[in-house]
Design a binder for this molecule. Structure first.
Ligand code: ATP
Ligand code: MG
Length: 140
């Protein structure tokens, strides 16, 4: 463990045709794709995925947004994947994200911030398991 993270390309970035460019940036940063799929999650699936944020004021909007269109979900492998991936995506708020980060390049707002990245090794495994079974994973 400690070498995977979980990501989603969010509906805003998928609908604006940024999927290819984002996947390319992830690949060029040294991440291996362990698993990947495109899908449109339901409201109740989004509620479950973001249950940890259920008390936050933005929860309802976040659930609406994440179930508003297709996403690309993926498991990524790299040494120190969680930390390395959060460096690549940048700050939650694109206004505070560093130049060259995925959110700086493609996020439109704090909510429509292009990509998700797990915040710990434990959550990476929980989130990966939400979308992928063991036989759908191809580790390097
Ligand atoms: P993610 O979990 O998607 O990688 P994050 O870890 O940087 O993002 P979290 O605090 O986990 O940020 O928030 C989850 C998501 O909820 C954010 O990515 C964003 O889409 C939305 N969000 C967070 N804070 C706000 C806010 N203040 N207003 C609106 N949406 C927000
Ligand atoms: Mg988070």
């Amino acid at each position: 463990m400690g070498n995977i993270t979980f990501t989603m390309i969010k509906p805003c970035a998928v609908s604006e045709e940024h999927t290819g460019e984002i996947l390319s940036l992830i690949n060029k940063d040294g991440f291996h794709f362990v698993a990947m799929k495109m899908l449109h999650i339901s409201k109740s699936q989004a509620e479950k995925f973001y249950a940890v944020h259920s008390e936050r004021p933005f929860y309802k909007d976040l659930v609406e947004f994440m179930s508003s269109g297709p996403i690309v979900a993926a498991i990524l492998q790299k040494e120190n994947a969680v930390v390395e991936f959060r460096k690549l995506i940048g700050n939650t708020n694109p206004a505070q994200a560093d130049e060259g980060t995925i959110r700086k390049l493609f996020a439109k707002s704090v909510q429509e911030n292009a990509v998700h990245g797990s915040d710990s090794d434990e959550n990476a495994e929980i989130e990966a398991s939400f979308f992928f079974s063991q036989i759908e994973r191809f580790y390097k």
